[in-house]
Write a protein that binds this ligand. Structure first.
Ligand SMILES: NC(=O)c1ccc[n+]([C@@H]2O[C@H](COP(=O)([O-])OP(=O)(O)OC[C@H]3O[C@@H](n4cnc5c(N)ncnc54)[C@H](O)[C@@H]3O)[C@@H](O)[C@H]2O)c1
Length: 320
């Protein structure tokens, strides 16, 4: 297949691109290299079936011309930051909603009918049903990021209703693994490299989170790509969750340090931090998919990759 990957220079995107090239697909990456990195595509760039377009999804004319001739679009590009949404209150709508409609229009105008979209478990807000299935109601949004992804999903659903576009909307838990550049693991590793004696942790450490290794995420995307589902929603995550305090322990042990942990207190890290995320991923299992990594193994693999790629850590420390 000829596959167009938006955000293909990012964490999940670059892992997907390598896997698609390994499976003999032709791949075009469309990325403006904000959080994405060219070095993540250094192996792909050597490949004759790979093409890179450095451009912005908000440039609708450029995007429409670029999408022509592809069989499928995997739309991963987004502002993927949840925590700092209120520092840039319009960013999520532009990058996650407007950009998604540009992708949908580019597909409609070019008769490209297959779309895979990266949504998030954040769309469920703080759902009382745990583990949360795809048909759980989510009347309340708790972050601009989650709200923007829910809006983008709404647009995709409307296009799938009225046009030949056939869409899979994946809702991921947090993803870990090689080329991971944002989230609590990189934050903790970066801080512990600076000061291995003390680690400040937002919340009280009892926040319960679920994580999935990027290779398991990519395997699910590739499994659904050739299908024609109409309009489907699929949760992606492992069976289970951990407390933040547990993952801090795994990270410190992997780094060979034994810090004192200073908890900031409260039951969540910031406004919009969901204190309990655990998705019911049984739907995807009915398609024969099974995650290979446990949460602990995914955390440890991420720590190992970060320690071997310290340049990624340089920009990672964020002031609370
Ligand atoms: N990483 C996670 O834990 C996680 C969890 C749930 C959902 N998701 C979703 O998965 C997708 C990929 O996430 P990621 O972690 O790889 O993020 P990332 O930030 O590493 O990758 C996003 C990529 O999109 C590019 N991009 C952003 N805006 C663009 C624009 N306007 N035009 C062109 N390119 C643009 C960036 O340069 C980057 O390469 C996102 O949609 C994110 O919301 C990620």
């Amino acid at each position: 297949m000829k596959i167009f990957v938006t955000g293909g220079a990012g964490f999940i995107g670059s892992n997907l691109v390598d896997a698609l090239l390994n499976e003999s697909h032709e791949v075009t990456v469309y990325d403006r290299l904000t959080t994405g990195r060219v070095e993540f595509l250094s192996a792909a760039a050597e490949h004759p079936r790979f093409r890179m377009i450095e451009a912005d999804l908000l440039d609708a004319d450029r995007l429409t011309a670029a999408v022509a001739g592809h069989d499928a679009v995997v739309h991963l590009a987004a502002n993927a930051d949840v925590r700092f949404g209120w520092s840039h209150p319009r960013r999520d709508v532009r990058q996650n909603v407007e950009a998604t409609q540009n992708v949908l229009e580019a597909m409609r105008l070019n008769d490209v009918a297959r779309l895979v979209f990266s949504s998030t478990g954040s769309v469920y807000g703080e759902c009382p049903t745990i583990p949360t299935p795809e048909d759980a109601p989510f009347p309340r949004q708790t972050s601009l990021y989650g709200a923007s992804k829910a809006a983008a999903e709404g647009l995709i659903s409307a296009y799938a209703e009225a046009t030949p576009i056939s869409a899979t909307r994946f809702r991921f838990v947090s993803i870990l693994g090689p080329r991971y550049t944002h989230g609590h693991v990189i934050d903790f590793v970066a801080r512990l490299l600076v000061d291995p004696t003390t680690l400040r942790v937002l919340g009280d450490g009892t926040q319960r989170k679920s994580y999935l290794h990027v290779s398991d995420c990519v395997a699910a995307i590739i499994a659904r790509l050739p299908e024609d589902p109409g309009d489907e929603v699929i949760n992606l995550g492992v069976d289970g969750y951990c407390e933040i305090s547990e993952s801090v322990g795994w990270i410190a042990k992997r780094m060979g340090v034994d810090p004192r942990i200073d908890y900031a207190g409260g039951d969540r890290g910031w406004v919009g931090d969901n204190p309990f995320i655990y998705l019911d991923a049984s739907h995807m299992r009915t398609h024969g998919w099974q995650p290979k990594y446990t949460i602990q193994a995914a955390v440890e693999d991420t720590v190992d990759w970060l320690l071997a790629n310290e340049s990624v850590l340089e920009a990672a420390i964020i002031d609370d």
